[in-house]
Design a protein around this ligand. Structure first.
Ligand code: DQA
Length: 139
């Protein structure tokens, strides 16, 4: 199974961000943990701070079986990412490290949730681990 994991803006700053919400691990450490937990899955990791690059990556996606995306702050703003995700027919999971429903009101707006198969949030790095588990169980 080939899974593309897309991480949006400021997730390259994990480790320096609020550990109460996001945990202690850097993005590189999270990616290593994901690979170690699922050695038989082929992962492609992509992080960008740029909304258009996320859209281009989704448009260019080939030979991928499933998608995990943490759109970060774009979750709350991006109709463009939503519109592109709607076109993609492979299994899709939206992930957040923190629980966006128990934080500021502006984070409760989620433009992505209706165009993915599953949303997993609030478990810090384990949100990604659970997302892979969901995809393996729902192939
Ligand atoms: C986040 C939650 C977003 O509200 C925030 O802007 C992020 C990270 C999360 O993983 O908890 O950058 O997507």
């Amino acid at each position: 199974m080939k899974i593309l994991i897309i991480n949006g803006p400021n997730l390259n700053m994990l480790g320096k961000r609020n550990t109460k919400h996001y945990g202690e691990l850097t993005l590189d450490e999270i990616n290593k943990l994901i690979k170690k937990t699922y050695p038989n899955v082929k992962f492609y990791f992509y992080q960008t701070n740029n909304e258009a690059r996320i859209i281009w990556k989704l448009q260019a996606m080939k030979n991928i079986d499933a998608l995990i995306i943490n759109p970060a702050a774009f979750t709350h703003t991006s109709i463009a990412i939503r519109d592109m995700l709607e076109i993609i027919k492979i299994p899709k999971v939206e992930v957040h490290l923190s629980d966006i429903n128990t934080r500021e009101d502006f984070r409760k707006i989620d433009y992505i949730k209706d165009v993915v198969d599953k949303v997993i949030m609030g478990k810090k790095e384990n949100s990604y681990i659970e997302a892979v588990k969901y995809l393996l169980e729902n192939k």
